[in-house]
Design a protein around this ligand. Sequence first.
Ligand code: SAH
Length: 390
Amino acid sequence: MKETFELIATAAAGLEAVVGREVRELGYECQVENGRVRFWGDKKAIVETNIWLRAADRIKIVVGQFPARTFEELFQGVFALDWENYLPLCCKFPISKAKCVKSKLHNEPSVQAISKKAVVKKLQKHFSRPEGVPLQEVGAEYKIEVSILKDVATVLIDTTGSSLFKRGYRVEKGGAPIKENMAAAILLLSNWCPDKPLIDPTCGSGTFCIEAAMLARQIAPGLKRSFAFEEWNWMEDELTAQVRKEAQAKIRTDLKLDISGFDIDGRMIEMAKKNAFAAGVDQDITFKQMRLQDLRTDKVNGVIISNPPYGERLLDDDAIIQLYGEMGQTFAPLKTWSKFILTSDEQFESLCGQLADKKRKLYNGTLKVDLYQFFGQRMKRQRDAPKQTE
Ligand code: SAH
């Protein structure tokens, strides 16, 4: 089996650079591309990136890349890959996904079927099995994906299983939760650091607050879940156990955090509390039922992150217009606070009455959204200010 791998961490459009930064922080040089970050690493890299990346979707192994303008080229290309280094004799290896973009080959089911045949034939040859007898597909699963872009096929194996945004702490979710990895990415993009107060005034199921507490405490997002690679016989259990143990030891218990989540809906607050408890950060967050319009604070230099209801999603339009206007009024006195608002409503700036310092286009699932960023004025904190003499 292999020792070094070409890997990609997939990322939502607009978040590739954030994932790239995370990959580098783990010590892996990488290349940031559209929708993905490419890097090279060993088995430990597979474990570490799955357990530690907060903003990525999945980690995949690149088995190979080759031109595929015809089905024959596709078959030969897939057949030529070193499948014996990844797939043991008894395993499931579905071609779970085929995607063709701007390519001569465009019939995705056929791409799937031909690729499958080529893998089967290669394994039969390698393990000296008769061609007529189908391979027994039992045991661990290796999901194979074939994507053909501009006549070049990339063949991948998914190491992650269910997407990395599923951390395993979400007991319940509200009507329109933000994905955990998107929330983490926005926190990584914001200028929040653990010694600043953080408020999510429309917290819903609590995702931003929980991700913030986990980030501050250095709780690895994948610590409590399992991954597809854990079933594979050539990924040593001890290695995964060791990375988990190291991650456990990194958790900071010495921090005092100031994170609050508010929501108009009391049921959401109950849900957020349950989720925070499951994530092990309930002590770090104050959840309270409150209207955004009632938000007041004397604290300075904080960060507000909010994913308010947006058109068609939760409230009807008049209510949205009014809410966004009230957001502007409520936030206006908080001059030293930075605000990061995620909404699909392109009128947000005019409705809240303030132009953003920066805007970033993102996708919440398939919905185009903007992250409106308003940077707080810098101000010395009370404890930094010179003492008054009497
Ligand atoms: N990011 C959240 C989802 C937010 S959905 C998550 O991950 O779960 C928007 C939330 O805003 C809803 O929970 C809704 O109850 C809340 N909301 C709507 N109007 C509000 C108001 N005026 N004040 C506070 N919260 C409000």
